[in-house]
Write a protein that binds this ligand. Sequence first.
Ligand code: TRP
Length: 396
Amino acid sequence: MHSSTSEPGVAGQRGEGGGPEGTGGAGGAGETGGAQGAQRARLLTGDTPTHTGLHLGHYVGSLENRVRLQDQYECYFLIANVHALTTLAERPEQVRDNTLGIVKDWIAVGMDPERSVFVLQSEVPAIAELTFLLAMLLPFNKVMRNPTLKTELETKGLGESYSFGFPMYTVGQCADILSFRPELVPVGQDQEAHIEMCRDAAMKFNQLYCAVGNRVPPEGHAAAGGVFPVPRAQVGRVGRLKGLDGQQKMSKSLGNAVYLYDEPRAVAKKISGIVTGRASMTSPIAQDHVLLQYIDAFIGGERAAEIRAQYASGREVKDGLIKAELAEAISRLLGPMRARREELEAPPQPGRQGGQERVLGVIRAGIARANAAAEQTLLLAKRAMRLDFGARRLGF
Ligand code: TRP
């Protein structure tokens, strides 16, 4: 049932040989992900396409990290389009558009679909299967107590009327990660609870089915024969960027975000709308004020320290000027990204692929490569669980 979903055009690109062999040695066939073929440690992270694009919070929390880590790690970047249905099940068109938007943003910030693998969650059946298997290991009440999940259920105001799939997505996220057996998961601070759950699931699996002893520390699980290395979270340089409202974290759903594709005028308008709440132009500003957080994050260095000192000095500081400087710094950062994103939105021309086609090509190539890796993992997991009754091969 799975093999009919992808384009015949990508057959054999990279997925070839990735289908698990019934008796093949572990780690052989599927280890084709790295473009250089070198044995680099793996990394996985991802985004949920609940909005048309990513914002500055994503950038400083994770995206810039990802770009840098591509040299050191074999990277898997996942688009959690099934998870987007937790809130958008009634708007499949929107999830599709958002998915394309995220891939455009990724390429625009410098995530490289040649060196790294872009994983479309809905086309990797092993993830769904592993979700079910892991769901058997995680206590229901523990899942429901996951603080990130609880906050989401509260802030989205769904009351009791959320879908079964909503809490399920947290188990799914464990499977997203473990399907690729990464060591590192670079995420924003809000995701740490999920990574903790994922670590629990990996350890429980290894202990139950791979005879890894209870006293083996997490970092020793793989060496002790566990199918799953116990992954570590890595939070970016700004774990939690505040939103323009200065209260909550920057978030798609709260309408307090600066998007990576925002034009300079939009950026200037948003930044100028930040409320400093000073009584006069000589009043100080709270050390943890959102304006200062942005100045640290996007201006940085000595100039940021200078601005902080100015605000603390009791001399006159014009918020408008500072905000203009900040908006300019942000737009300078975003400029090249916007330009690259625009290319990906260009219509096709004679002899040249349109942006949309290119993005779809990237997604399809990623599907083949992702399945090669994830199928290999699933086979190892099934073997460990005595579920290995016969190998299958997915075709691409
Ligand atoms: N839940 C993450 C977010 O919304 C996205 C995500 C899905 C993810 N699966 C993942 C992140 C696996 C890291 C690893 O930001």
